[in-house]
Design a protein around this ligand. Structure first.
Ligand code: CA
Length: 221
């Protein structure tokens, strides 16, 4: 799950980014409205956490332009001003939820999870491949009916491969789903996650296509 965080306060942005990463989200952090607008035009995010008071382009304007461009990404606005008109304006402009600063990081994580559940994928289908079952709404995975515990990044790799079953995903494509801007990527991270998935699920589930990447077959092995 990839989140665009838009916040110009460096200290606050740093804290929010760390909190979201800890909760298993990949985070791109834009520090002004124009950067946010470019990022939204460039990438499909699962959700946006949007501060309203921003340099170069206000959060409200970023939101209005995204909606005008038919971008339906779920947006949670952050506002320091706990005034009714602000909240009404934000919701009218197409925000899905809001939080008033200062807020608790746990609450932000919970509201984002709720947004992602009810947001753009209300009927996101359960993905099945043989004994494997992945339920995106519950973020749960089972093998032959037994629940399997996966880390957030293992889950992200498996989800991406299943959504693209029958197609090879390169290491770079997988890394893009796992990491935000400027985050240090360990060179063998994807290999390690694939190794864990094979161990926890089944060795033959994920195929290595030498020199290209990884894939899960469309049909059960
Ligand atoms: Ca601000």
């Amino acid at each position: 799950m990839k989140i665009l965080l838009v916040e110009d306060d460096r200290l606050l942005g740093d804290g929010i980014r760390a909190g979201l990463q800890q909760a298993g989200f990949a985070v791109d952090w834009a520090q002004d409205g124009r950067a946010a607008e470019l990022a939204l035009a460039d990438e499909a995010y699962d959700a946006v956490v949007l501060d309203l008071g921003l340099p170069r382009l206000s959060g409200m304007e970023v939101l209005a332009r995204a909606r005008a461009a038919r971008n339906a990404v779920p947006v949670l606005i952050l506002t320091a001003r706990d005034t009714v008109p602000d909240r009404i304006a934000g919701l009218d402009a197409g925000a899905d939820d809001y939080l008033v600063k200062p807020f608790d990081l746990g609450e932000l994580q919970a509201r984002l999870r709720a947004l992602l559940r009810r947001g753009k994928n209300p009927a996101e289908p359960v993905l099945e491949r043989g004994a494997l079952r992945l339920d995106p709404a519950a973020r749960s995975v089972s093998w032959a009916g037994r629940p399997v515990e996966l880390s957030a990044r293992e889950y992200a790799v498996l989800h991406a491969l299943l959504l693209n079953a029958g197609r090879v995903l390169s290491k770079a494509q997988l890394e893009e789903k796992l990491y935000g801007w400027g985050e240090e990527i360990e060179s063998n991270a994807v290999e390690v996650f694939v190794h864990h998935l094979r161990r926890k699920l089944a060795p033959e589930l994920i195929r290595t296509v030498r020199g290209v990447g990884y894939m899960i077959s469309r049909e059960p092995a």
